[in-house]
Design a protein around this ligand. Structure first.
Ligand code: HEM
Length: 503
């Protein structure tokens, strides 16, 4: 075969390939346009594209993130482009929304059209395995069905251990305070919630608060592993390029540690067949559902991560908000002293503490612990709002497109919460407006947070009279002072923020 024949054949093949691609692209466009028409969709507003086709966007965002301005920057983009808009990076479109109706569609009414996606499964999965936080579809349904019964009220109200860990927290704070140093309260809260969570979940605490001046090895490994997976989210499809040796070792050590507890629970179950422990231990209860050590390890890891950082972050934001609002602090303190005194309150008393509930809601409104999140469409579908010049028509979402929803921005919308939406004012929760999907700190729909009641209970107990945060002279001493510097929220659902208090 001559050279020229070969060139002709290659050109013909290439031409055919291009024709096929063009045909497929046109067919896709045609099908999408028809779907869109049939569902009455109109295009959403489009955020501007820069000369790099927005390829530089992840780098810009990484700078914004480092400056702890990610969430305010995202909120500004909604002010500029509307409550729902499209945004393209290198021609790939994603949908941004802070519209409660759209969040309801993504998370509940059209739940089956959306999923967490492969990126989250593969990246987070290196630490969390195939646990409830990383899987979709049947695997998720199975995880949810297995874990849900472990979160019933009777089990989570058995919290005697909490007092010991609260006391350990205050001992550590007193020690640090006597040293006259600036405290990073968030670190203290992370150790507190780690100790408490491990006691509740595994039946024995890792005792990170007891490591004099240091964080336990387990806490260090867990923190580092989470830091790496959070960072990798910003690398998008290239997340796998960042896997330092230290990360592999930290993950192996954390998994081995949890694996050991799992084995002990399984051994205990074999030797004490039929007998139940006096104290409720999450792992032991779960081991009655499945005896697969890997499933148990992965699920325990997921629950630990889900509960520990969120609760510590919530506690930090409560202190941060109260420190800036002495009026609220006084009212809350009075309510707690009057209602509970020094006794451990009952579950019902905590539920009835009206002002406490308003304060917690207001903190969750302004500082949601998972401030922004996303789902991928797993089929061609729609969102109910955002299309057309008035934004009131449905919009088309193509299979594979990412829908980013911003709980942080929805919680600060002035058309929903009023002109003072940016202000911390717990009393707004007594003004009787229905919130529904406008208030979404724990997600909604079938994947609503399983630990929401449990976390509110931990917090109420930690804040209560007696040995609680609000009653402890050491904490009030810190809170009476203006915090020196406060960094802002990071957009990750695993790492949140730091509060640095100056005494
Ligand atoms: C203030 C504390 C907490 C907040 C704000 C919070 C918030 C959330 C949010 C927003 C999600 C949805 C994440 C997503 O789908 O992408 C979630 C899921 C979840 N949370 Fe929480 N959470 C808190 C505490 C806890 C605690 C203490 C536990 C357990 C001990 C827990 C267990 C879970 C589990 C298992 C899921 C996964 C549910 C599923 O996918 O079906 N959470 N949480």
């Amino acid at each position: 075969m001559g050279m020229s024949t070969l060139i002709v054949q290659i050109s013909a093949g290439l031409g055919l390939y291009i024709i096929c691609l063009t045909f497929l692209a046109l067919r896709r466009r045609f099908k999408n346009a028809r779907f869109s028409r049939e569902h009455g969709c109109l295009p959403p507003s489009q955020a501007p594209t820069d000369w790099t086709f927005n390829i530089s966007r992840p780098f810009i965002l990484s700078k914004v993130r480092k400056a702890h301005k990610f969430m305010p920057t995202q909120q500004e983009s909604f002010h500029r482009n509307g409550n729902t808009f499209a945004f393209s990076i290198a021609g790939k479109r994603l949908i941004m929304t802070c519209e409660p109706e759209n969040m309801k569609a993504i998370l509940a009414t059209q739940f089956k059209d959306f999923e967490l996606g492969k990126l989250r499964h593969d990246n987070w999965g290196e630490v969390l395995g195939d646990g409830i936080f990383t899987v979709d579809g049947h695997q998720w349904e199975h995880s949810r069905a297995m874990l849900k019964p472990q979160f019933n009220k009777n089990q989570i109200t058995d919290l005697e251990d909490l007092e010991t860990h609260v006391q350990n927290l205050f001992s550590r704070l007193s020690l640090a305070e006597n040293g006259g140093s600036v405290l990073n309260l968030h670190e203290y809260f992370l150790n507190f919630t780690l100790d408490f969570s491990t006691a509740f979940l595994f039946g024995k605490s890792v005792g990170s608060q007891l490591c004099q001046g240091q964080t336990s090895k387990f806490a260090q490994d867990l923190d580092y592993a989470q830091k790496v997976i959070s960072f990798r989210v910003s690398l998008e499809n290239f997340w796998w390029l960042y896997r330092p040796k230290k990360f592999t070792k930290a993950v192996a050590d954390v998994q081995a540690f949890i694996g050991e507890s799992v084995q002990q629970a399984l051994d205990k179950q074999k030797s004490e067949k039929g007998k139940t422990s006096e104290k409720y231990v999450f792992l032991e209860a779960l081991a009655r559902e499945t005896q697969d050590p890997v499933v148990l390890r992965d699920q325990m890891m997921n629950i630990l991560v889900a509960g520990r950082d969120t609760t510590a972050g919530f506690l930090s934001w409560i202190v941060y908000s109260l420190a800036r609002n002495p009026r609220v602090w006084d009212i809350l303190r009075r309510e707690i002293l009057t209602d509970f005194g020094r006794d451990t309150p009952t579950y019902q008393q905590l539920k009835d503490a009206k002002y406490l509930k308003w304060v917690l809601n207001e903190v969750l409104r302004l500082y949601p612990l998972v401030p922004t999140n996303f789902r991928y469409a797993n089929k061609n579908t729609t969102l109910p709002l955002g299309g057309g010049p008035d934004g009131l028509s449905p919009i088309f979402v193509e299979k594979g497109e990412r829908c980013v929803y911003s709980v942080y921005s929805a919680h600060r919308r002035k058309d929903i919460y009023g002109e003072d939406a940016d202000i911390f004012r717990p009393e707004r929760w007594g003004e009787g407006k229905p919130r529904g999907w406008e208030f979404l700190p724990f997600n909604g729909g079938p994947r609503i947070c399983l630990g929401r009641k449990c976390s509110l209970l931990y917090l109420c107990l930690a804040l209560r009279g007696g040995g609680g945060v609000l009653h402890n002279p050491c904490t009030s001493c810190m809170i009476d002072h203006t915090p020196r510097s406060v960094r802002s929220i990071l957009p990750s659902s695993l790492r949140f923020f730091r509060v640095t208090e100056g005494c």
